[in-house]
Write a protein of this length. Structure first.
Length: 181
């Protein structure tokens, strides 16, 4: 997805957020819009499969807006599974975003150091996100309700999944191509 298409579809999501009156989503929408726009201004990012990555970021934003603005609920188990999947996807997408920011704005390469830094930064972002949600809800900053505790746990699980996938990609990148007969 080209940046222009990303921005156009993001504008439609902006309108939907306003119509739905779930204004909390505007913070997330704005941050993702600014970061994706910034990434697209970097030559190193454009050398990556940036159109595919832009599409992943947009699909993430679309799913979050749909999830948070829908007016119907499923049975408790599917709701729980969807929430867990949302947090795993959050971990993978935000980790991908952090990796892209690190690789395109620093001299870091996609390696173990970048993967480790991404895992640490992502979990810090996840903690800040839960504190932010507490502030928006008028709860004490560092007293996490059970749902927030589960979300933080899912962030850790998502980080483990990210680290494993990133490590496997790193290993694949290192292994020499095997000639085919």
């Amino acid at each position: 997805m080209k940046l222009k298409a990303f921005l156009l579809f993001s504008a439609a999501l902006f309108a939907w957020i306003l119509i739905s009156k779930v204004y909390m989503l505007l913070y997330y929408w704005g941050v993702l819009l600014v970061l994706v726009s910034f990434l697209n201004s970097r030559k190193k990012y454009q050398l990556q499969p940036s159109k595919t990555v832009n599409l992943v970021f947009f699909i993430y934003m679309l799913l979050i807006v749909w999830e948070r603005t829908r007016h119907f609920k499923f049975a408790p188990l599917p709701e729980l599974l969807m929430n867990d999947a949302e947090h795993l996807f959050f971990a993978l997408v935000i980790s991908l975003l952090i990796v892209m920011l690190l690789v395109t704005t620093t001299r870091l390469q996609f390696n173990v150091q970048t993967i480790s830094t991404t895992a640490a930064v992502f979990n810090a972002v996840g903690l800040v996100n839960e504190v932010f949600q507490n502030l928006l809800a008028g709860r004490p900053m560092f007293i996490f309700i059970p749902d927030s505790q589960k979300d933080l746990l899912m962030n850790v699980v998502g980080t483990v999944v990210f680290v494993v996938v990133a490590w496997l990609l790193q290993q694949k990148k290192r292994s020499p191509a095997v000639p085919t007969p």
